[in-house]
Every structure is written in structure tokens, then in C-alpha cells.
Design a binder for this molecule. Sequence first.
Ligand code: ZN
Length: 98
Amino acid sequence: MEVKVLDEHFGKQTVNLNLIQKLQLKVLGHAYLFHPPKNGWKGKLPFYIVKCKKHNILFIDYPHGFPPNQYFNCPLCLKEMTEKFKGEHEENRRGRSA
Ligand SMILES: [Zn+2]
């Protein structure tokens, strides 16, 4: 089954999921996809397809942090967080100069 993904690592638009991956995604919220074939530090990391419940999208990411406290970063959530941070920063600056 081909699904649409948001992928900021490889620029993929869609990925093919088999039945096991579909089930894992449904039950766990993520499913193992592949180890990237290229060299470099990312070549050693497993990449997963992950569901963001907030944005109702699928995205590709590798696990951050260390087991058992690993997590994935939804690109849209990250963007929102960055914008919120920037907004607060701007407000602080305005507040100080007023
Ligand atoms: Zn999200």
C-alpha cells in the first residue's frame, strides 16, 4: 500500500508499506522502514514511518534520544514549536524596549 509521507530527510513523497508495517503503524504509531544506504552517521540509523496524531500525517524520522526514552519529531510540530519560540522571543524584545 502506498501512503503519502512528509519526509525532510530524503525528500520522499510516498512510501510503500507492507501489511506488517501497516499493523505496526496502527498499533505502535510507528513502523521500521529501512537503514539508509548512504554513508555517514545517518547510514547507521534505522528510519521509521511515524504517525503524528496532532497533524494526522505520516512522516519519516529516526529515533532521537536513547532507549527506552526514544522519540520522533514531526516536522510540522517542530515548525510550530520553532515559530512559537520565535514569537515569544519577539514579544520579550518588544517588552524590554517599551
Ligand atoms: Zn505534528
